[in-house]
Write a protein that binds this ligand. Structure first.
Ligand code: ADP
Length: 519
């Protein structure tokens, strides 16, 4: 991805004065400013790369430093603003997002490719998340607990962490930034955010809404550009106390190393290789619909995508045939066309990676390519990144296509003989984000729920479809133990302070002066 964009950026510098394309800016200290280096990166439509959406600053480390300085200056004012007042601003931001939802949706489809309905869902998730975070302004609950000595009071309060760096991916270009930004703000932190280089306009729209809502200057700062420069500087900046990252497992590890150097808090949300188990008593038609939605929604570019379908051998043939039939019916095209089911993938590097995996599946793994598998290049597809929805059958759990995250419209059907074997297969990957089971048997459903080692589990539904008031995150290679969304996200963006109040008027020493209750 980065290489492709670098090539585009060079082209931008050569042609930037000749076209009418809008030049966007960074947002630092409440002002819209160009990058100090002056370069820009083009944001192009993955359905038609002739369509340039805008040019965004190709920022430098100096831009990050300026944004961090602005966040530092704004921190005291923001953290001392009562949380209910902070929340009022977020509620206003939510209303602005609601007001402009349609425009944001169109912008998102144009820059990211997902079909309008899904882009609308992405914006809606940002709205939901904003309102939910704003509601926390009047809660942000701490707790009290009995102290172990008389005339002593014990309690815990949440305090902001400080300056936070947020690094976000392109697949949910407004929802994921909002998942991080809104809880960070309601907790009283100030923020520097870097969107993925492929999808800056959705984050730009989010920040514009914050500005209009009255978020004070410096509280939110937007710096666009490449991961290796802007992202790396954010990850390693000595003044950023917390880095929240969503993206690939490899990049997440790099971010974690940079944080470890200075003992910064690091919250990671990374890959997935999510399985739907389909048992012999399942409603097969419903399971097929779930599999189609889970595997091919957002062109399979979700960390929760249903990329493995573990199917009991008694219904394996029926399920596979129906799945292939449905996959072949899906209309691939420009997501802005309401008749289209599956949009393009994000960029040329993604095409190359997905096509490589299709080749591995067929020629190295020896799976059966039951449908799809081709890049679409002719006619309306000529200027975009389109790949047919692809189903592999006769897949075994150890094959690379069943182990590695492809992040495209490709899914693998794996036959199984029993529930316990299915669970073992589901757990047998390096990731642990989401899993699902289709069955009519409550005992099997709960057994699978208990035995799958993932952060999310669905019964009679695909592996996707998170709601903002439940914690989101995964085990193993997916994360590092944190959960976003829900009230659990507050544990990322606030730090606990334990407070002891001794009103006895004398020295009382914990663990030493306790009067024994018995004996
Ligand atoms: P993908 O390969 O799906 O684009 P990445 O993990 O590379 O996923 O990207 C997720 C986010 O991380 C993007 O905003 C990207 O710019 C950023 N990023 C990429 N490389 C680095 C890095 N070395 N340090 C920090 N952030 C990075």
């Amino acid at each position: 991805m980065v290489q492709a964009k670098k090539a585009l950026a060079k082209k931008t510098r050569a042609t930037s004065t000749k076209t009418q394309t809008e030049n966007y800016k960074n947002y630092i200290g409440g002002k819209w400013v160009p990058s100090r280096g002056g370069d820009r990166i083009e944001n192009r439509n993955p359905a038609d790369t002739r369509d340039i959406i805008g040019r965004f600053p190709l920022s430098t480390e100096a831009d990050v430093d300026a944004a961090v300085a602005a966040a530092a200056e704004a921190f005291d004012g923001w953290r001392l603003t009562p949380a209910p007042r902070r929340a009022e601003i977020l509620f206003r931001a939510g209303e602005i997002l609601m007001r402009d939802k349609e425009k944001y949706t169109r912008d998102m489809t144009r820059e990211m490719g997902k079909v309008l309905k899904e882009a609308g869902g992405d914006v809606q998730e940002a709205i939901d998340c904003t309102y939910y975070a704003a509601g926390e302004g009047r809660r942000l609950h701490g707790f009290t607990t009995p102290a172990e000595m008389p005339d002593k009071f014990a309690m815990c309060v949440r305090q902001p962490v400080g300056l936070c760096g947020l690094i976000t991916p392109w697949n949910f270009p407004m929802a994921i930034p909002s998942w991080k930004l809104m809880p960070a703000l309601v907790c009283g932190n100030t923020v520097v955010i870097k969107p993925a280089e492929d999808t800056p306009i959705s984050t730009y729209n989010l920040i514009k809404a914050c500005e209009e809502a009255g978020v004070p200057p410096g509280v939110v700062n937007l710096v666009t550009g490449y991961g290796e420069t802007v992202g790396a500087r954010i990850s390693s900046h000595p003044s950023l106390r917390l880095i929240s990252f969503t993206g690939s497992t490899e990049t997440g590890r790099t971010v974690a190393y940079a944080c470890a150097e200075r003992n910064a808090i690091c919250s990671l949300e990374m890959g997935g290789k999510n399985a739907i188990i389909v048992m012999d008593d399942a409603d097969v038609d419903n399971a097929v619909e779930g599999a189609v939605w889970g595997a091919f929604g957002t062109s399979g570019q979700r960390c929760t995508a249903s990329s493995r379908l573990i199917v009991h051998k008694k219904v394996y043939k029926k399920f596979s045939a129906k799945l292939v039939e449905r996959a072949q019916q899906l209309r691939v095209g420009n997501g802005a066309d309401p008749k289209v089911d599956v949009g393009p993938v994000i960029n040329a590097d993604a095409v190359e990676k997905i096509m490589r995996y299709i080749d591995i599946g067929e020629n190295e793994d020896g799976a059966t390519r039951a449908c799809g598998g081709n890049q679409l290049k002719k006619g309306d597809y000529a200027h975009g990144y389109f790949i047919e929805p692809t189903v592999f059958t006769d897949v075994t759990p150890d094959m690379r296509i069943a182990q590695e995250e492809i992040f495209g419209p490709v899914t693998s059907v794996i036959p199984t003989k029993s529930l316990d074997e299915a669970i073992e297969i589901a757990n047998g990957v390096r990731y642990g984000l989401s899993a699902a089971i289709y069955t009519q048997d409550v005992n099997r459903a709960f057994h699978a729920m208990n035995e799958t080692y993932t952060g999310i589990f669905y019964i009679n539904s695909a592996t996707i479809g998170a709601e903002v008031h439940l914690p989101f995150g995964g085990t193993k290679g997916t994360g590092n133990g944190h959960r976003e969304a829900g009230t659990q996200v507050l544990d990322i963006f606030s730090e606990w302070k334990s407070i002891y109040v001794d009103y006895s008027g004398k020295l009382q020493r914990a663990q030493i002066d306790n009067k024994k209750a018995i004996g």
